[in-house]
Design a protein. Structure first.
Length: 400
């Protein structure tokens, strides 16, 4: 019996090997893949652009009269109201000029009163020929000259009052006042309007950006593109940390000419900034919805492959075989590629299992489910059972 057991084991192994060879000789079944049906859709035409924020209004606060700066009234970096006093200039010289102007006005009014009396007397005596016509003309001329002097003196008084008012430098707009540019004790406004500070209105803000003129021309000439006009184009601001500003802006300006230095068209969006979370001068990413794209296809990103010839997808043709179709992609929408050309309605695009198929070979199509791993069985392959060594089997047999 001990001599026949090894022979029996060898025959069994040979039989198993022969059976495995027959199974390997058979053709494997076509791979099972997940597909979607291509359907034409209308999607938003969006572009990610780089823009820079700027104040809605920015006003320079300057000294409009010459004098010595006495003090700064506002807190640097604080919010100020329109008309609020920001600086004070020494008013003493301006008050003196106003006093001189008022004295000159009083003198001119006195001269005018005398000239008017003389003219009235001449008018009364002229009909009786008590004064000559020449004296009458001179009296009337003196009256008119005195009246003009009064008007000039009044204008001088008004000018002096305005200059005295400029001694209190006020905010021209409401906003946030910047850093003081001139210290107290400095002579300002001598020969030119000295810059004292700047007030910026930060709510809302402007987002300035540009788009390539060639791309814009292509969009305007495309038959399946509908561009939104100014005031109807929403613009979202994405901050440097990836967060999206909660308030969406609106395109409010599009230039009519191309910048020769950059070859781009300048655009501008108005962005609300109620919490003052956005800062002027910051570079941000702008997601602009420029319009709509019609008759395009949305394809999951894993279905689009690329090689030296460009992007392509694999589809299952009417004969059940895998085919290649070169496509043109134009951006991403909801995590899917926007395919503008290369597909036809009804095409079965392979999404999962695309690496298991070969062009020209058959494949079995099943509806693709997001999150599927592309395994037709849906389970891990069975692990082979461990074989017990022959010597251990021999040792386990009872000895006779």
């Amino acid at each position: 019996m001990r001599l026949h057991r090894p022979l029996l084991l060898a025959c069994s192994l040979l039989a198993l090997t022969a059976c495995g060879g027959k199974e390997q000789a058979g053709a494997p079944p076509p791979p099972e893949v997940g597909v979607i049906e291509a359907k034409p859709q209308t999607v938003p035409l969006t572009r990610d652009l780089v823009g820079r924020l700027s104040p809605y209004r920015s006003a320079d606060v300057r000294a409009r009269v010459a004098g010595v700066l006495q003090r700064r009234v506002y807190q640097e970096g604080s919010d100020v109201r329109e008309g609020q006093v920001l600086f004070e200039i020494d008013p003493a010289p301006l008050q003196a000029r106003l006093g001189v102007a008022r004295g000159q006005l009083a003198q001119a009014e006195a001269s005018y009163a005398n000239a008017r009396s003389s003219a009235e007397r001449a008018r009364q005596l002229a009909p009786q020929k008590f004064v000559s016509q020449n004296d009458l003309d001179n009296a009337i001329s003196a009256e008119r000259t005195a009246a003009a002097a009064v008007e000039s003196a009044r204008a001088a008084v008004r000018t002096a009052e305005i200059d005295l008012g400029y001694a209190k430098v006020t905010a021209p707009i409401s906003g946030r006042a910047g850093k003081q540019q001139v210290t107290e004790g400095a002579l300002v406004g001598e020969g030119q309007a000295t810059l004292l500070t700047t007030v910026d209105q930060l709510d809302p803000l402007y987002a300035n950006f540009s788009i390539n003129s060639n791309e814009l021309a292509q969009l305007r000439g495309a038959a399946n593109v509908s561009l939104a006009g100014t005031g109807n184009t929403p613009v979202q601001v994405v901050l440097g940390n990836g967060e999206v500003h909660p308030e969406a802006g609106t395109l409010d300006f599009s230039d009519t000419s191309v910048d020769p230095a950059t070859g781009a068209v300048t655009m501008r969006a108005l962005v609300p900034n109620p919490g003052l979370a956005l800062f002027p001068g910051s570079f941000v990413t702008l997601k602009a919805k420029l319009g709509e794209l019609r008759d395009v296809y949305l394809v999951p990103q894993e279905a689009v492959l690329r090689d030296a010839n460009g992007p392509y997808v694999r589809v299952i043709g009417g004969d059940g075989n895998v085919q290649r179709k070169n496509v043109t992609t134009g951006g991403v929408h909801d995590g899917q590629w926007i395919v503008s050309s290369g597909l036809a309605a009804g095409d079965k695009v392979i999404v999962s299992g695309v690496q298991k198929v070969m062009e020209g070979a058959p494949a079995t199509a099943t509806p693709w489910q997001p999150g599927a791993d592309g395994n037709a069985a849906g389970a891990a392959p069975a692990q082979p059972q461990a074989k017990q060594p022959a010597d251990q089997a021999a040792k386990s047999e009872p000895a006779e």
